[in-house]
Design a protein around this ligand. Structure first.
Ligand SMILES: N[C@@H](CCC(=O)N[C@@H](CS)C(=O)NCC(=O)O)C(=O)O
Length: 222
């Protein structure tokens, strides 16, 4: 039996969505974030790292969204509906690149931005200006350009491809969805900006399994 430990507004939405796409039975436990926007201590009782997602498989804890996705596809997607066929070289390259890119390069600046925003929110009034100054420095030197470059890369790829692996929807779209929502929600955008990314987001949201996952796990608002 599979048991997903899902933290609200987190990467564990990826696993919830994939489980719904695969239409397999699983148990779901939902966790609320603390006031500091962290995972609650109860998640540490499941695994000492206390990060989401955690997928329990016969009492073993699987961590890392990319690994959990590969595990689920290996064991439950015999017809390779959510991963390109091995002999489709270009689609396989796209799929594997985006699956890794999402956590290796895309998420770090997004997390740094989130952490700084949360620190500013929680800083006492008197020293807030100093912390805001620090945030501006970090935003300028490391975060903003990285996020804009990432959005441009996604936009360029989606201008030529319907989905991240090319012609067909795959788990790379599931992995990248969280990245795109985070990048979009914390970046000032004009109405026509990154139109291919915006249209791809809508295509994801229209999927029945996505809607079921949102109903069970909550809407992602970052
Ligand atoms: N690279 C990991 C990241 C896991 C992770 O950091 N999860 C965040 C949620 S998006 C978390 O649990 N944060 C709560 C905390 O650190 O207390 C993955 O892809 O699964």
């Amino acid at each position: 039996m599979l048991h997903l430990h899902h933290l609200e507004n987190s990467r564990s939405f990826r696993i919830l969505w994939l489980l719904e796409e695969l239409k397999i039975d699983y148990e779901l436990t939902r966790y609320k974030r603390t006031k500091a926007y962290l995972a609650p201590d109860s998640l540490k009782k499941v695994h000492p790292l206390g990060h989401a997602p955690i997928l329990e498989v016969d009492g073993r804890c699987l961590l890392e969204s990319g690994f959990i996705i590969e595990y689920l596809l290996k064991h439950y997607d015999e017809q390779q509906r959510f991963k390109p066929a091995d002999n489709d070289e270009l689609a396989w390259e796209y799929y594997t690149f985006w699956l890794h890119y999402s956590e290796a390069k895309a998420m770090p600046p997004l997390v740094v931005r989130l952490v700084f925003n949360k620190i500013v929110d929680r800083t006492p009034f008197l020293i807030k200006p100093a912390v805001k100054f620090m945030r501006r420095r970090v935003e300028k030197s490391y975060i903003a350009d990285n996020i804009l470059a990432m959005l441009a890369l996604m936009e360029q790829h989606l201008a030529d491809n319907l989905w991240f692996a090319g012609e067909s929807f795959s788990a790379a779209d599931i992995q990248m969805y969280f990245v795109a929502v985070a990048a979009k929600s914390r970046t000032p955008l004009g109405s026509g900006d990154y139109i291919n990314v915006m249209n791809w987001l809508k295509r994801c949201q229209q999927r029945t399994a996505f809607k079921r996952a949102e109903k069970k796990g909550g809407h992602i608002t970052l």
